[in-house]
Design a protein around this ligand. Structure first.
Ligand code: GTP
Ligand code: SPV
Ligand code: MN
Length: 633
């Protein structure tokens, strides 16, 4: 094992009760796998059980079946070879946070930001809804690896699903291979995940029904059992609700594994940045859903000499390596990216990635059999079939693609993929970025004074809600570490865990920054051009890591010496630049009051270090109001 196991030190003070650790995480080789598959098959009663091996021939067979059933539309192969369009039920277009449950043994271990249910009661409820739920369908058994197969930071799991669309998507998003079964047979622990769309084709009395294009159920359950490391999902075929390797396993379950084993499972992109002098840096960045991770992961710098290469666009697993540094892998093998807003001027690399072998979900269909979405081109086509299958013209007064429409494509197809994207031991992380969608307050970029301050920045991220989950788009909400919907345990314990990891990393800890591409002027327009121009901020961050750029100490963190930011060739009025970095004392003090209210929801579990950071921020804001002290560092 190349990467050290890092048990927490016994003498470290714990804020929470000691975590409960069950020993039910499955071992027992293929015998245990078969027993589990038989148990679920007996419960859900599919017509047949099919084991998948992730081969291309198998994906080809499944997509052909889906096309024959009308569940996928094959796109014109001249424009988009081996690519497909899926249209979901209009009620199944995003993650369902109010139906997502963390069933820890103790309610306090789920914390105030998760929906908790008592595990035995939830198990009984799930067995009721799963009884007969796959009747008339095929149940696929899909063994997958998160991270390189057999890698020291990797984990394996198996998903059972009655949706071929989900099985094929899993094949693009993870490494599906029967080698995983060999690893399990050799004793590797694995995570069992069970999924049903909840739409049986045969009634209790034996009556058989025609299938529908997008089977799902109005009642949905997305359920994690953190101690036994299990996932059960019912009623949805969509993205993070149904591809259980992704949010359910790689974030909610993995965050609990990470807590217990001393590593981090995060909602972060990973990029490799190379300077004009040829020095390579690796950055990981946490932004909430639909806030620009894919864009930053595939950034095309507008400034000369810099390159950015992609390693991951959504999830990072990070662990201290034998050299003491924090190393990261992208546990996924594909991108499930937001389509709208992806175009030549915003993300040409993504557009190039999608040339073929892609499943599109809820985008619009062109008359020539290709796809379109808002932002792909400046001019919309004169006629389209919209995501709901209706005729659409530019005068229709509604978007042609759903705002949360997505593409599913394998990462290896990305022209900007880094050589080391699937490195066994991961890549060393030089900097961690936190961001969100903030029209006000948060500056374009600020550096944390140290790890503890960085954890405070992460813990206090707020962001305007996007279409990635059901809810009110635009509403400002707390999304600490961009993990609000994805942390499998008490968020305050998670903050304490981050502090512990930082202590262990010591001087080797990556630098931490906060960024905000979304600040708006009083007239409502974005102040910062964003996208490729974000390279100017990335450059400053790299120069800080390298020690060659300066910063000015402000109450909220270290701000760039504005004259050192490379703004060459950018048409940015000085007033906009000033506003991008403006720290309004009154507004920040008001924000501190909201942070205190937020912390109070977690009571005594909030690490004292974060309370101290809040107190220090307030002190510095009040002091800065009177006589300003600028310190160059
Ligand atoms: P998930 O896959 O949901 O976790 O999201 P993500 O963070 O990967 O989101 P993505 O990169 O796909 O961003 C989605 C939206 O953010 C799109 O509408 C983009 O156009 C917009 N966006 C990304 N970068 C920028 C930027 O620099 N400026 C502005 N104004 N918008 C941006
Ligand atoms: C997100 O919502 O953060 C996503 C999309 O990455 S989904 O997989 O649907 O959760
Ligand atoms: Mn995401």
């Amino acid at each position: 094992m190349a990467i050290a196991e890092l048990p927490l030190r016994a003498d470290e003070p714990t804020i929470a009760d000691e975590p409960i650790r069950e020993t039910t995480r499955l071992a027992g080789g293929l015998t245990a796998v078969r027993a589990w598959v038989d148990d679920i098959a007996a419960l859900a009663q599919p017509d047949e059980v099919v084991w998948l091996d992730g081969s291309r021939a198998e994906a080809d067979r499944l997509t052909k079946e889906l096309v024959a059933e009308g569940k996928l539309i094959r796109l014109n192969p001249e424009w988009r070879p081996n690519s497909f369009l899926a249209r979901t039920d209009p009620g199944d277009v995003a993650r369902v946070e109010d139906r997502t449950f963390i069933c820890s043994l103790r309610e306090s271990d789920a914390g105030p930001t998760n929906n908790w249910r008592e595990p035995d009661a939830m198990r009984a409820e799930l067995r009721d809804v799963f009884r007969g739920s796959m009747r008339g369908r095929t149940m696929y058994v899909v063994p997958f690896s998160m991270g390189p197969v057999g890698g020291p930071l990797s984990q394996v799991g198996i998903q059972l699903t009655d949706s071929a669309y989900v099985a094929v998507s899993l094949g693009l998003m993870t490494r599906v291979t029967s080698t995983v079964l060999d690893l399990i047979d050799a004793g590797q622990e694995w995570v069992p995940t069970v999924h049903s769309v909840g739409h049986p084709l045969v009634d209790d009395d034996g009556t058989r029904h025609e299938d529908v294009v997008w089977p799902c159920n109005e009642t949905k359950y997305i359920v994690q059992f953190p101690e036994s490391r299990e996932v059960w999902s019912y009623g949805s075929g969509y993205g993070g609700n149904a591809i259980l390797a992704k949010k359910c396993f790689a974030l909610r379950i993995a965050s609990v594994m990470a807590r217990d084993e001393g590593w981090l499972a995060e909602h972060m992109l990973i990029v490799k940045v190379t300077s004009p002098e040829g020095r390579a840096f690796h950055f990981a960045a946490a932004f909430p859903s639909a806030c620009g991770k894919t864009n930053l992961a595939m950034l095309r710098p507008t400034i000369p000499g810099w390159t950015v290469e992609t390693i991951g666009d959504d999830i990072a697993w990070l662990r201290q390596g034998p050299d003491g540094r924090l190393r990261a892998i992208n546990p996924e093998a594909g991108f499930f990216g937001v389509a709208p807003g992806t175009g030549a001027s915003t993300n040409q690399t993504a557009v190039d990635t999608l040339w073929g072998n892609t499943i599109f979900t809820n985008v619009a269909l062109r008359d020539d059999g290709d796809v379109w979405w808002e932002g792909l081109t400046d001019e919309p086509p004169a006629h389209l079939i919209d995501w709901e299958g209706r005729d659409w013209t530019p005068d229709s007064g509604r978007p042609a693609a759903h705002p949360n429409s997505r593409f599913t494509v394998s990462a290896a197809q990305c022209p900007a993929i880094a050589d080391d994207w699937d490195a066994f031991d991961g890549v060393p992380i030089d900097a961690i970025l936190f961001g969100g969608r903030r029209a006000t307050n948060v500056p374009l970029v600020a550096q944390a004074r140290d790890w503890r301050h960085g954890v405070f920045m992460g813990a206090t991220i707020s962001s305007e809600q996007t279409a990635a989950a059901e809810g009110t788009v635009g509403e400002l909400r707390r999304d600490p570490f961009a993990m609000l919907p994805f942390c499998g345990y008490n968020m305050a314990d998670y903050w304490a865990h981050w502090l512990k990891v930082g202590e262990r990393l010591g001087a080797d800890a990556p630098a931490i920054f906060q960024v905000n591409w979304f600040r708006k002027g009083d007239d409502g327009r974005f102040l910062w051009p964003g996208f490729g121009e974000n390279a100017r901020v990335i450059e400053w961050i790299a120069r800080r890591v390298e020690g060659s750029a300066h910063a000015v100490s402000a109450p909220i963190g270290m701000l760039p010496v504005v004259d050192e930011l490379d703004l060459d060739g950018l048409d940015l009025p000085r007033a906009d630049l000033d506003q991008l970095f403006e720290v309004d004392t009154e507004r920040w003090l008001a924000e501190c009051d909201l942070t205190e209210e937020f912390f109070d929801r977690f009571g005594s579990r909030v690490p004292p270090a974060l309370r101290a950071e809040l107190a220090s921020l307030r002190y510095q804001l009040r002091a800065s109001g009177s006589d300003e002290e600028l310190v160059l560092r």
